[in-house]
Design a protein around this ligand. Structure first.
Ligand SMILES: Cc1ncc(COP(=O)(O)O)c(C=O)c1O
Length: 374
C-alpha cells in the first residue's frame, strides 16, 4: 500500500527507529580496513568480543562466565535456533509462555521439540504463575523458555516472581533458556532481573540468549550471542561452524564497540520510548472495546481487542483479530500485528518504536475508525 502511495502508518516494526550510534559505526569502518578482518576468524566469535560479552554479562546481569561459555551468533535469532537444536531431542517438551515471539515455535519444531503453551492474558498483565507452569509440566518437560521483558507484551517479571519461577524450575531439574535481549528497555520503576543470577540453584542449567540489536539500535548488523555451560556452547559452536562459520567480522567489531562502551545511547532511546509508551497506552485505553495493560518493558503495547470482535465496522463484521487488522489497514491505513502471530487471537501488537507524531496520528486514526464499531 505504501508503494502505491498510500500514507500507511506502521506499528509492526520490531526495531528501534534510531540509527546506530556513531562510535559503533566508526569501529566498523576501521575494522573494514583491517586485513585481519578480511579473513576467516574462529567460528564461535572473535576472542576479544567473547571476552567483552562475558564482562558485559557480569556488569548487566551480575552473572559470571568465562569467554569459553560465549558463542557469537548471527543475531539473537541464530542463538535461539542453535540453543534448541543443541538441547532438544525429538519429543522433548518446552514450556512457552504465550503470547510469545513468533520465532520460538519454529526453532523448537525444527529441533523436533514439542511446544507446550502456558497461556496468559491481560488480567495478569501477561505474567505466568508457578501454578500455571506446574499444571503444564509433564515427564517430558525439558526446558522452560523465560522472556522478560517480553516481546510481544512488554511484560516484565518482578524479582520475586523471577525467583519463584526459577526455583520451581530448579526443583524439577528443568533447563531454563532465557532471552534477555530487551534487558535495558524497562520503564516506570520496573527492573530487569536475570533469572541466571537471581536463582543460583539453577546451577549450569541456564542458557542466556542476547544481542546488540535492540539495545544499540543494531538490528541490521546481525550480532547476537548464547551463553551456557561449556558442553552446550561447544556443541552449538560445532553446529554453527558447519552452518554459517563466523559472523561478519566487521559486524563483530561494531558489536565489540557497543558492548564494551557505556549505556548512554540506550538511556536516550529509553527516554523516548518511555514517553511514547505512556502516550500509546493512554490513547489505546480511551478507545471503547480496547484494553491495554501497562507494558513495563521492550517497545510494544499488546491491547486486547476482544471487545470489538463480531461488531459491524464499515459494512464488515470482523470475527478475529486478523480480520479486524485487515479492516484497520484498509480503512484507517494503519498496520498492526494481530495476536494470532503470537499464539493468542483477540489482540493487537503495536510497536511504539516510531516517531511521536506518527504514533499519535496512527492511534487517532485507529480510534476514529473503531469508534464506528456497532
Ligand atoms: C524476544 C526477541 N528475541 C530475539 C530477537 C532476535 O533479534 P536479532 O536476531 O535481530 O538479534 C528478537 C527480535 O525481534 C526478539 O524480539
Amino acid at each position: 500500500m505504501k508503494a502505491a502511495g498510500r500514507p500507511v502508518i506502521g506499528f509492526g516494526a520490531g526495531e528501534p527507529d534510531f540509527p546506530t550510534p556513531d562510535y559503533i559505526v566508526e569501529a566498523a569502518i576501521e575494522a573494514a580496513r583491517n586485513p585481519r578482518f578480511h579473513k576467516y576468524t574462529p567460528a564461535g566469535g572473535l576472542p576479544e568480543l567473547k571476552q567483552a560479552i562475558a564482562e558485559k554479562t557480569a556488569r548487566d546481569s551480575g552473572y559470571t562466565v568465562d569467554a569459553a561459555q560465549v558463542l557469537v551468533t548471527n543475531g539473537g535469532k541464530q542463538a535461539v535456533y542453535e540453543a534448541f537444536a543443541t538441547m532438544l531431542d525429538p519429543g522433548d517438551e518446552v514450556l512457552v509462555i504465550a503470547p510469545y515471539w513468533t520465532t520460538y515455535p519454529e526453532a523448537i519444531k525444527l529441533a523436533g521439540g514439542v511446544q507446550v503453551d502456558v497461556v496468559t492474558d491481560e488480567t495478569t498483565g501477561y505474567l505466568a504463575s508457578v501454578e500455571q507452569l506446574e499444571a503444564a509440566r509433564t515427564e517430558r518437560t525439558k526446558v522452560l523458555l523465560f522472556v522478560s521483558p517480553s516481546n510481544p507484551t512488554g511484560a516484565v517479571y518482578s524479582r520475586g516472581e523471577v525467583e519463584a519461577i526459577g526455583r520451581w524450575a530448579a526443583e524439577h531439574g528443568l533447563w531454563v533458556v532465557t532471552d534477555e535481549i530487551y534487558e535495558h528497555l524497562v520503564y516506570g520503576g520496573a527492573e530487569f532481573t536475570s533469572i541466571a543470577t537471581a536463582v543460583p540453584e539453577l546451577g549450569d542449567q541456564v542458557v542466556i540468549l542476547n544481542g546488540v540489536a535492540k539495545t544499540y539500535a543494531m538490528t541490521g548488523w546481525r550480532v547476537g550471542w548464547m551463553i551456557g555451560p561449556k558442553d552446550v556452547v561447544k556443541a552449538a559452536t560445532n553446529l554453527q561452524s558447519h552452518a554459517t562459520s563466523n559472523v561478519s567480522n566487521v559486524a563483530q567489531a561494531a558489536a565489540l564497540a557497543a558492548v564494551s562502551g557505556d549505556l548512554s545511547a540506550v538511556a536516550t532511546m529509553r527516554e523516548a520510548f518511555d514517553r511514547r509508551r505512556q502516550t500509546i497506552v493512554r490513547l489505546l485505553n480511551e478507545i471503547p472495546g480496547v484494553l491495554c495493560p501497562e507494558p513495563l518493558g521492550a517497545f510494544y503495547a499488546y491491547p486486547s481487542v476482544k471487545g470489538l470482535l463480531g461488531k459491524e465496522l464499515r459494512g464488515r463484521r470482523p470475527q478475529t483479530s486478523v480480520e479486524l487488522a485487515e479492516v484497520v489497514l484498509e480503512e484507517a491505513e494503519v498496520a498492526v500485528v494481530p495476536g494470532e502471530a503470537f499464539g493468542t487471537p483477540g489482540y493487537f501488537r503495536l510497536s511504539y518504536a516510531l516517531g511521536d507524531d506518527d504514533l499519535v496520528e496512527g492511534v487517532s486514526r485507529l480510534a476514529k475508525l473503531l469508534a464506528e464499531a456497532m
